[in-house]
Ligand binder design. Structure first.
Ligand code: 8X3
Length: 252
């Protein structure tokens, strides 16, 4: 099979990351699936290969800089890096939330993105046509009560993307930020509420059609597959029923 351009997707074991990996593979990329859960990315890579496309799994924790640097040595050129790994922990007020949750959210959402971007930037530049995608969130553009640590971390991811775009202008690398609002995936809310299914379900209660992982993956794939000279700086994507972080129409 001819060698296709490489797209690295972090957090590819589920949700938006897995959906993006499937869609980028279908768009002709050789997708490198990274996540901590090896069994999941192995199964997804097998599924993609069985569909006649190209994928390979690589178990990686984005917060482990030494492991990320080791991962980066495997590539001379990379076309696309999708920084998707991240997530929310807790929804407590600033006054009572757990600093350990804040620290972990900063580690995954911001420093994880920093680690991968720094380590792979030489290979992205060497491709002559690289694209860095930062999956931030509408939480990176406005706050809400109980959002605290997650909002702070996603603002960090947004600022990383915006600053990097300024700093590398003139090099052949684009920086695209995609900021999804309410997306119903199998794990996002469940992780946030430490496995409490009832609390997780309340997030989407009465909302006609929250976005799906595929909706966001389509947006990412569209932005990445624009001609090289077109830089989609920022796409904010919400379900129709969500007008802002705090204004959601619920049919209850
Ligand atoms: C997810 C959006 O509203 O849960 O990134 O912060 S929200």
């Amino acid at each position: 099979m001819p060698s296709a351009p490489i797209a690295v997707v972090t957090g590819a074991s589920s949700g938006i990351g897995a959906a993006t990996a499937r869609q980028l593979a279908a768009a002709g990329y050789r997708v490198v699936l990274t996540a901590r859960r090896k069994d999941r990315i192995e199964a997804l890579a097998e599924e993609i290969v069985a569909a006649g496309q190209q994928a390979m799994p690589y178990a990686l924790d984005v917060t482990d800089r030494a492991a990320v640097d080791e991962f980066a040595t495997a590539f001379k050129t990379i076309a696309v890096l999708v920084n998707n790994a991240g997530g929310a922990l807790g929804a407590d007020p600033v006054a009572t939330s757990d600093p350990a949750d804040w620290r972990q959210m900063y580690e995954t959402n911001v420093l994880g993105t920093l680690n991968l971007t720094q380590a792979l930037l030489p290979a992205l530049t060497a491709s002559g046509d690289g694209t860095v995608v930062v999956l931030s969130s509408t939480a990176g553009h406005g706050t809400y009560e109980g959002g605290g640590g997650y909002v702070a971390a996603k603002h960090g991811a947004h600022v990383l993307a915006e600053t990097l775009r300024l700093e590398i202008v003139g090099t052949p690398v684009r920086v695209i930020e995609v900021a999804p609002g309410m997306v119903r995936t199998e794990e996002f809310a469940l992780t946030r509420f430490d496995g409490d299914a009832e609390k997780a379900a309340k997030v989407y209660a009465g909302v006609a059609e929250p976005l799906t992982a595929d909706d966001v993956a389509e947006t990412i794939t569209w932005a990445v597959t624009r001609p090289s000279h077109v830089n989609i700086d920022l796409l904010v994507v919400r379900p129709r029923a969500q007008a802002s972080n705090t204004k959601v129409h619920r049919e209850l």
